[in-house]
Design a protein around this ligand. Structure first.
Ligand code: ZN
Ligand code: ZN
Ligand code: ZN
Ligand code: ZN
Ligand code: ZN
Length: 394
């Protein structure tokens, strides 16, 4: 028989898919609302089983954002669900990387609990990248369960079901639901305690060896300002100062914060991409694009393209290298189909404003930056090149 003493306190990160596909109406209500309801139900059920468990809520899409730190106050947790944002396309890899980092922090603080990730998503087809495989392996090694609840979408054949594979690799559960009744019961199952036969202690000496492997796989991108944040910055309602250089304008590229500025996805502090890049250069990691947030120590990474263009010489003096690999090579500007314009989760790299339906939008095939048609022609007259990557427009 199961005794209460066999059950450990659980720390769970809820990973809530807030990508655009979740907003499309599914029967009467959107999947996003369904997800919000069942996450609230998960929180209530879980904390009524054991009020000592704690939960953190993270939303993900094209970006990842923490809605709340670990807490065991159901009302606070449920309140935080109202702060969701819709964020482009699903990047499950980044969401899982983020959740793993949060849990590793918990493991280092207080070991001996059960650590779980609870993913709520509607993705059915997803690429099983090497990074995902490595992260699932790592999670399993650390004793972290990745439970996955798929709502809506299409049922997927066994051998192509990436979500199920990830859950299985961590000895966790995967379930697919189409109707609300089954979903409610299913969520109660997910909220119940994990029973583990073996009582592993992750403070054993081997743990030290496992954690360094985290570095490359779980580092996450700095968060781009959202369209609303960019709008507010352009109206100069908020004047962000980079926490490394204490300025709004980037000392390297001279762009204002709305263009070069990013946010630490964990502590939310504003940092210029180029300042972060210099910081990463000085860090001790073998990968020169990986670094810890100077303030909260979260593992972050800089896009390799930015890192390549940067060079730090003699401490403070900085120059942007002319990299023959990138600058000057021919690039194509590809027209984005009109129906895909609403899915662009980015602003024009020339004028920094967003795209509205009915406008003609082009994308650089080398660096993926987007441009309005009029901005592209202005840029062509001025530079004959892509402003972001320096590629020659052909
Ligand atoms: Zn800066
Ligand atoms: Zn910059
Ligand atoms: Zn931070
Ligand atoms: Zn533009
Ligand atoms: Zn480009």
């Amino acid at each position: 028989m199961l005794k209460m003493s066999d059950m450990k306190i659980e720390d769970t990160v809820i990973l809530w898919d807030c990508s655009r596909s979740m907003v499309r109406a599914h029967k009467k209500t959107s999947r996003l609302r369904v997800a919000q309801k069942i996450i609230a139900h998960f929180i209530e059920t879980k904390l009524s089983i054991d009020p000592k468990d704690s939960i953190s809520v993270v939303i993900f899409g094209s970006r990842t954002k923490k809605l709340t730190d670990f807490s065991n106050y159901p009302d606070d947790l449920k309140e935080s669900l109202k702060k969701f944002e819709i964020m482009g396309k699903t990047k499950l890899d980044d969401g899982i990387a983020f959740a793993l980092q949060l849990l590793v922090k918990q493991i280092q603080k207080i070991g001996g609990k059960i650590y779980r990730i609870f993913v709520v998503t509607d993705i059915s087809k997803y690429k099983l990248s090497d990074r995902l495989k490595k992260m699932a392996k790592l999670a399993n090694g650390l004793g972290i369960f990745i439970d996955i609840c798929q709502i809506g979408g299409k049922p997927v054949e066994e051998d192509k079901n990436v979500l199920k594979k990830i859950a299985k690799a961590t000895r966790a559960e995967y379930a697919f639901f189409l109707n609300m009744k089954a979903l409610i019961r299913g969520v109660e199952g997910f909220a119940s305690k994990k029973i583990t036969q073996e009582s592993e202690d992750y403070f054993d000496p081997n743990k030290e060896k496992k954690i360094p492997k985290l570095i490359t796989e779980v580092s996450v991108d700095l968060r781009r300002p959202s369209i609303n944040e960019i709008r507010e910055m352009m109206k100069s309602k908020v004047d962000y100062k980079c926490q490394i250089c204490y300025q709004n304008q980037c000392p390297v590229c001279k762009s204002p914060f709305y263009a070069c500025g990013r946010f630490c996805p964990s502590c939310g502090r504003p940092i210029h991409l180029h300042c972060a890049s210099m910081w990463a250069e000085r860090s001790d990691f073998p990968e020169k694009n990986v670094f810890r947030c100077p303030f909260c120590y979260f593992l972050l990474k800089i896009p390799k393209s930015v890192q390549k263009l940067m060079s730090v010489t003699g401490g403070q003096s900085i120059k942007i290298m002319d990299n023959e690999d990138l600058a000057g090579r021919p690039v194509k500007m590809v027209r984005i189909p009109d129906e895909e314009i609403v899915d662009i989760d980015d602003a024009c790299s020339y004028c920094n404003t967003i795209f509205s339906p009915g406008e003609k939008v082009y994308q650089c095939n080398a660096c993926n930056s987007y441009y309005h048609e009029r901005c592209l022609s202005e840029m062509y007259n001025e530079l004959k090149a892509c402003r972001v990557c320096g590629g020659k427009i052909t």
